[in-house]
Write a protein that binds this ligand. Structure first.
Ligand SMILES: C[S@@+](CC[C@H](N)C(=O)[O-])C[C@H]1O[C@@H](n2cnc3c(N)ncnc32)[C@H](O)[C@@H]1O
Length: 243
């Protein structure tokens, strides 16, 4: 399966109930207020933090590769009484009618692009969709290997319809030369004696600071700020057009 299709079907259904971390909307609201509108969230999924920003009255749209995640986003928006425009596209093939003062990813969603050439295509897309003077925010991290004792251990949740949901790590392969970690995840759903079990590879690809700056430069972008988290692998790039 193409890594851009990972969050479809049972994975999209279980994403919300099994979500381990919800992104704090505050830093993204602050970024949009500073960089300006309109704004665009890449990989907006089922709507965090996009819907929160819309509730604050910010002019933000979303893009995601998964139609299933976007359906959930639209349903959540409708329930919350929020208007939102979202587009079903891959960020490495971005083709939208507007240009944006602010383009961002919430959390390290850029690490889901499986290799440098896909990342470069996405950076070209970002460059082409920035308005004059616009800024892009790209958070990155270096994933840690899953600890051995976690392999095979399930996280569980209950769906709105009472189904029992489970996700567990089956196996993991890591290549430091390709800067890629592939984790095979098992998603399970049980209800009224019926079961669905799906195994899917989840790919994360990471960057050195200079490697990412090189890709950005090749796409016509320069880093105007780089935030490093002390003691952590996180890097947060703000990029602008180089010319
Ligand atoms: C970890 S989820 C984050 C969703 C949401 N921003 C949140 O924090 O809950 C990552 C999202 O990125 C989307 N995605 C993955 N690869 C993508 C790609 N190549 N282009 C666009 N979206 C992509 C997935 O479909 C998924 O909805």
């Amino acid at each position: 399966m193409n890594p851009a299709d990972f969050y479809t079907g049972i994975v999209a259904e279980l994403y919300g109930p099994l979500k381990s971390v919800a992104q704090d909307p505050e830093p993204y609201a602050a970024f949009v207020q500073e960089a300006g509108s309109p704004a665009l969230e890449l990989g907006c999924g089922d709507g965090d933090p996009l819907l929160d920003l819309r509730r604050r009255g910010l002019d933000v749209e979303g893009v995601d590769a998964s139609a299933d995640m976007l359906d959930r986003c639209r349903r959540r928006a409708w329930k919350q009484g929020v208007d939102v425009d979202v587009y079903h596209q891959r960020m490495e093939a971005l083709d939208l009618p507007r240009r944006y003062r602010a383009i961002f990813l919430a959390g390290p969603t850029f690490n889901l692009l499986p290799d440098d050439s896909t990342a470069l295509a996405a950076l070209h897309g970002i460059r082409n969709h920035l308005a004059v003077g616009g800024t892009a925010l790209v958070p990155l991290f270096v994933p840690s290997p899953t600890p051995a004792e976690q392999i095979g251990r399930a996280r569980t949740a209950t769906a709105d319809d009472g189904a029992e949901l489970r996700v567990s790590v089956l196996s993991e392969e890591r290549s430091d030369s390709a800067r890629t970690q592939t984790t095979v995840l098992r998603y399970e759903r049980y209800r009224d004696g019926e079961s669905t079990i799906v195994d899917r590879p989840w790919v994360l690809h990471w960057y050195t600071r200079s490697g990412f700056e090189g890709l950005a430069a090749a796409a016509g972008l320069i880093a105007v700020s780089v935030l490093e988290t002390p003691g952590a692998s996180d890097l947060q790039f703000q990029l602008q057009a180089a010319d």
